[in-house]
Design a protein around this ligand. Structure first.
Ligand SMILES: NC(=O)c1ccc[n+]([C@@H]2O[C@H](COP(=O)([O-])OP(=O)(O)OC[C@H]3O[C@@H](n4cnc5c(N)ncnc54)[C@H](O)[C@@H]3O)[C@@H](O)[C@H]2O)c1
Length: 333
């Protein structure tokens, strides 16, 4: 059985990836500094003898090197994630994302280990294409708007990974994730689905930013993670970028309405102008839908989960958290 290393493995997506690999009989090591991840995401895996967890930072170059040397395959997910974090903590986000990736790529290159790097649909910026293809031009806002710093830090990660591939033949593949949701995702950092579901279950007003006509496509984490495992073993995928996500589109206002209906909530929907939600000059994208042709061609990808099923899973998960008497779980949801 192969040995897999997941950086950021105590996070939302990383913990599902760890579970998926263990279910396949593989060995999994995780390194996570618990900055946004939670030990409770992986606590249930600790009893499995094929699972190891290191609470540490990928910036610990020596440990990261050792873990990479021991592994057969690597998935780099450790990052400071999302638009709210880049606005609140821009320095930390940019340094963490770029330097962390540099350390992982350099060590993977030293030991010639195949790896997947997680990027984001944010790298398409303000582009208004009906669907985004991996080789489309990117349209970014000015550097004075810190919001774009997250996208740019991930774009630098992509440039660096592709440079390692072309110059040093590192077997690296980039996945550009569109909105990924599912159980264990926290609303603490502004992720929209868990935030709306939590507000609905508590019968609080649901805060929709802007006029609510902006739309997104949400992919189930259980549809997303198997792609990483297929791609890391596919030599024809090395040196390429793949969109990963769903094409089922919904506006934020409709999403809020649907969640209210599904939860039987008494919540009202409150439109909050961007100027109130974010610092002045905040820019958002109207739509964001992936073109999935490349991924379908190499992995045969077809999402299994509809938006209805995704929302059902998230509602079930957050309902359980709210019913839990554990104050730690409650304060972290
Ligand atoms: N969830 C999404 O919709 C989405 C969309 C696009 C891209 N992504 C990317 O997917 C990856 C995983 O995101 P997620 O949604 O699971 O977020 P997450 O915050 O749950 O996971 C990130 C994990 O990395 C850890 N981490 C951060 N910096 C670290 C460091 N220096 N050393 C060790 N651990 C560190 C955090 O503690 C956390 O557990 C990220 O790279 C993110 O940019 C996610």
């Amino acid at each position: 059985m192969a040995k897999h290393l997941i950086t950021g493995g105590a996070g939302f997506i990383g913990s599902h990836l760890a579970e998926h690999l263990l279910q396949q009989g593989e060995h999994v090591s995780v390194i996570d500094n618990l900055s946004t991840g939670q030990f409770s995401n992986i606590a249930h895996l600790e009893k499995d003898g094929r699972f190891r967890c290191f609470i540490d930072d990928v910036h610990n170059d020596k440990l990261t090197e050792e873990l990479i040397r021991e592994a057969d395959f690597i998935y780099h997910l450790a990052a400071t994630v999302g638009v709210r974090m880049i606005i609140e903590r821009p320095t930390e986000t940019i340094i963490n994302n770029i330097m962390g990736t540099e350390i992982v790529l350099r060590n993977a290159c030293r030991y010639r280990k195949p790896l997947v790097i997680t990027s984001t649909s944010e790298v398409y910026g303000k582009s208004q294409q009906p669907t985004f293809r991996e080789d489309d031009d990117r349209i970014m806002g000015p550097t004075s708007k810190s919001r774009w710093g997250y996208a740019e830090s991930k774009a630098i990660d992509e440039f660096l990974a592709l440079a390692y591939f072309s110059e040093k033949h590192l077997p690296v593949t980039i996945v550009r994730l569109f909105n990924t949701v599912g159980p264990r995702q926290t609303g603490r950092y502004g992720m929209v689905v868990p935030t709306f579901v939590r507000q609905a279950l508590l019968n609080e007003p649901i805060s929709v930013f802007g006029d609510g006509t902006q739309s997104r496509c949400f992919g189930h984490v259980l549809d997303v993670v198997p792609n990483f495992v297929k791609l890391v073993r596919l030599p024809e995928a090395y040196g390429s970028v793949f969109n990963v996500g769903s094409q089922e589109e919904i506006t934020m206002k409709s999403l809020a309405e649907r969640i209210v209906k599904m939860t039987g909530s008494k919540s009202t929907i409150r439109l909050i102008p961007y100027a109130q939600a974010y610092p002045p000059g905040f820019e958002d994208m109207e739509r964001r839908m992936p073109d999935l042709t490349n991924l379908r061609t190499v992995t045969g990808y077809t999402p299994k989960y509809s938006l209805e099923q995704i929302l059902n899973d998230v509602i079930g998960d957050i309902r359980k958290q709210l019913e839990s008497k554990d104050p730690f779980v409650l304060s972290n949801s």
